[in-house]
Design a protein around this ligand. Sequence first.
Ligand SMILES: Nc1ncnc2c1ncn2[C@@H]1O[C@H](COP(=O)(O)OP(=O)(O)OP(=O)(O)O)[C@@H](O)[C@H]1O
Length: 360
Amino acid sequence: MASVTLKNVAKRFGHFTALEELNLSIGDGEFLVLLGPSGCGKTTTMRMVAGLEHPSGGEIRIGERLVNDMQPKDRDVAMVFQNYGLYPHMSVEQNIGYPLKVRGIGKVDRAAKVRIAAEKVELGPLLARKPRQLSGGQRQRVALARVIVRTPQVFLMDEPLSNLDAKLRVTMRAEIKHLQHELGVTTIYVTHDQIEAMTLADRVAVMNQGRIQQLGTPEEIYDRPANLFVAGFIGSPPMNLIDGNVSEGRFRAPGVSLSAPDFRGSGVRVLGIRPEDIEVVDPQGAEIAGSIYAVELTGESNLVTVMIGTNRVIARAPRSWRGKIGEKAGLRPESTRLHLFDRETGMRIEPDGVRRVAGK
Ligand SMILES: Nc1ncnc2c1ncn2[C@@H]1O[C@H](COP(=O)(O)OP(=O)(O)OP(=O)(O)O)[C@@H](O)[C@H]1O
């Protein structure tokens, strides 16, 4: 096991810059998730750590070793690909044992190690099958077993759950988390699914357009998004973002006049409120009021969309809440859970008036 360090790493494809000056330190045994929309540079980052892409600049270290010019096979990393990359003509047993075979491990030793790995992912009875005789979830577990059959310094996982149905994804998510915890191997995991990121990660690096927008624990990213991009990307439904103005400790926008003594200074701002931090109340005297646009029962709660001026604001109300489209409603946000951003720079403004720098 080892730390992984990327220092000023850049990647250009011809004239196109996929990554600029990426700096990232992943601790020994840490589970780091790279999260971001399609094309933000997640896979490229991971492929550079694996040695499948060469950086255009900067340094990549695994432990103390500078690996920029090292062959993938010499890096001691194991990678799970999105499409699993199983060999169709090999049995499950041969697929799992392949990384041991190429390292010259003898047959008897190999069989024992394959059995242990297969049992960890509950594939014991399926060792003789070929990949085509397996379900998607079983194939995914073969790919996982092939990675854990030896203990590399680093696991690299590129959207390993994306081909599975929703139910299996949840089961496998827990399985991956459990395995990584048990094995304690430093892991870099790529996904565009924020739930996967939040549930799996020790820390999340939120990326957009080749840059890290914020690096932090799931709690930090959820509680204090560094900028409007992160605010809008994390959360389901995402944070409500309302354009307005702050002056004299009050945020104002059409339909909104919200007293917030912590809102120092004045200027054009974006107010952020998560749906789960809003209570739906009587419109009489409410600081935010409008008419109900939609009500959706999700099972455990009601998502209530209220038209506030030209904004649709979503609140998560209890399951027992009752209201109808077209009725007036007030919204009361939890005053300690308001977020404020500078409209121009998109940066978070802390209650003390300090602008936060992304990624710090
Ligand atoms: N070999 C290549 N040649 C040219 N451009 C490339 C190449 N590989 C990747 N890119 C570009 O680099 C950017 C980052 O790609 P990358 O695959 O890292 O994104 P991603 O965040 O992993 O996206 P996805 O979630 O869709 O896999 C994209 O704009 C992509 O088009």
